[in-house]
Design a protein around this ligand. Structure first.
Ligand code: RAM
Length: 523
């Protein structure tokens, strides 16, 4: 079980002005009505393979008169995020008992086959999208109050009575998003595989763009700072909803811990509430998100207003270093980096610190804060030197992390992204890394994105493209309509939650091929 570091005695400080600015950027959601395309049967084979059998195009629902134990599974054709309406009626004798049924929603077909009673993970079972409903009087127009993320919806009749059956007369989903499709430039590539990856990336980002950039519309349905950084970068190259990024920045700065630390994630309902989970890397990323936003939008007012929040995160992170200028190792869930079990994060965090302070230095320069910028230059020098002196292992030529001198992917990748090594040194690091292929690999598309970007920065663009085809293409081959929260090609059932039923299959941090293609390949 993973330990969650939360500060239960946390005192929150609210900046009402910032909250107002965030509220003023609340987006209108675009709505579209989507009808199911077909009736399907979803089956799990003996070797755990999921079969989707198309049974019918939907023209006439009334032929499906459902009695006790019957199931009807509808395929909405693509991943949807929205509100479901059902028109239900009875056929046969008068309705002499309530309609009692279960609805189950799946982002992918596997979820439909899973039995939630077997769920034994450590995060809430409440994330599994299913409802048990009683309807006393039919016909009825049932407007489900919750928002679902799904492609498949299954209705299973628990009971009617022996005298009547249940019929779905019509059903549709009112899909919602704050992404405007018209803004997206079509991918300039003839390659069908890349086009397919791009399409799924765009759908992933679009469906996570709601009133904030959600991490995943099934789970956690909330704004996380680390996720935001990648979502915003992809957004600038595609949907260009700058205001949504602005809103998220003001939300994070709008409520902090009393020492000014920005929380890892926040809630917007019923009102803004910064979570009591803190991740050092996520707090530090506030500065880079702010700088990226300014560079994409030119909004200097926001840069000016939020600059000091970015500085504050670096000051607080600075307290984590020892006298040798090395990042100390935290305990429990102190930083994120990746979901790889047993990953030592110390060296990756040293890299992330250098990466962030470079960007916050740029903010200081843009704001004419000369002295601060000079201080940051010195910080970059010291932390980089320390990394090379103490963390670069002379025998393997790779960065090591923690007391056990763990060699992992994350350390090399973040030292490259931090520009702690030159382009050529970085390329050599990656070659050695791939040759060694250490046990501590990468499991989230988030970490895989950073690895891909490291390849690109070291001049390995072709290799990076092949990697995108291997990794994101791998999810496509598994039938993804949107990219996932987690994907380990070597262990497809990997989950950090003790049970994969709550995994999210539309998770925005996996949308970055759409960004990488446009940003680095001019596609
Ligand atoms: C999970 C979510 C989110 C991620 C955090 C660290 O709850 O998947 O995307 O940022 O963990």
């Amino acid at each position: 079980m993973a330990a969650v570091s939360s500060d239960l005695n946390m005192v929150r400080v609210t900046n009402e002005e910032f909250v107002k600015k965030a509220e003023a950027c609340t987006p209108e959601l675009y709505k579209s009505v989507v009808y199911p395309e077909s009736v399907v049967e979803i089956r799990k084979t003996e070797n755990d393979y999921i079969e989707i059998i198309k049974k019918d195009d939907i023209k006439n629902f009334s032929r499906y008169a459902l009695k006790k134990g019957d199931r009807l599974c509808l395929d909405f054709g693509d991943h949807q995020v929205g509100y479901v309406t059902l028109y239900l009626k009875s056929v046969g004798s008068p309705q002499d008992a309530p309609a009692f049924f279960k609805l189950k929603f799946g982002e992918n077909a596997r979820e439909i086959t899973e039995n939630s009673e077997e769920y034994d993970g450590w995060i809430s079972k409440g994330w599994i999208q299913e409802e048990y409903l009683h309807v006393d009087v039919l016909p009825v127009k049932l407007e489900l109050p919750r928002r679902y993320a799904f492609r498949y919806m299954e209705l299973q009749v628990i009971d009617t009575s022996v005298k009547w059956q249940l019929v779905i007369e019509e059903t549709f989903c009112t899909s919602v998003t704050s992404a405007c499709e018209d803004k997206v430039k079509k991918l300039d590539s003839e390659n069908e595989e890349l086009q397919a990856i791009d399409k799924v990336s765009l759908r992933t980002l679009r469906n996570c763009m709601q009133q904030v950039f959600e991490d995943g519309p099934k789970r956690d349905r909330r704004l996380w700072l680390g996720d935001l950084r990648l979502q915003a970068l992809a957004d600038y190259e595609t949907y260009q909803n700058y205001n949504l990024v602005k809103r998220c920045l003001y939300l994070f700065a709008g409520q902090t811990k009393d020492n000014g630390q920005i929380s890892a994630c926040l809630f917007t309902e019923p009102r803004l509430c910064a979570d009591d989970t803190f991740l050092l890397d996520y707090s530090m990323f506030f500065g880079p998100v702010l700088l990226d936003y300014y560079q994409a939008s030119g909004d200097v007012e926001t840069l000016r207003e939020l600059g000091s929040s970015a500085y504050r995160q670096m000051e607080l992170a600075g307290e984590w270093f020892d006298e040798r200028d090395l990042m100390k190792n935290g305990e429990g869930f102190w930083a994120f980096v990746d979901w790889t079990e047993g990953l030592n994060k110390q060296t990756a965090l040293q890299g992330i610190y250098i990466y962030c302070i470079r960007r916050v230095k740029k903010i200081a320069e843009l704001l004419g804060d000369k002295e601060r910028a000079e201080g940051f230059v010195e910080e970059i020098r010291r932390k980089t030197e320390a990394a090379k002196k103490y963390l670069l292992d002379p025998y393997t030529g790779l960065f090591v992390s923690g007391e056990q001198r763990q060699i992992n992917y994350a350390s090399q990748v973040w030292m490259i992204l931090a520009e702690a090594v030159t382009k050529d040194e970085g390329a050599q690091l990656l070659d050695r890394l791939l040759e060694l292929d250490p046990e501590k690999g990468m499991v989230s598309p988030y970490m895989n994105h950073h690895f891909t970007e490291a390849l690109i920065l070291c001049g390995r663009k072709e290799q990076a493209l092949e990697y995108i085809k291997y990794y994101w293409g791998g999810m496509l081959h598994e039938g993804a309509d949107t990219f996932w929260e987690l994907y380990n090609p070597e262990n497809p059932s990997e989950t950090p939650y003790g049970n994969g039923m709550v995994n999210s299959y539309c998770h925005a941090w996996s949308c970055t091929p759409a960004y990488l293609f446009r940003k680095y390949y001019d596609m």
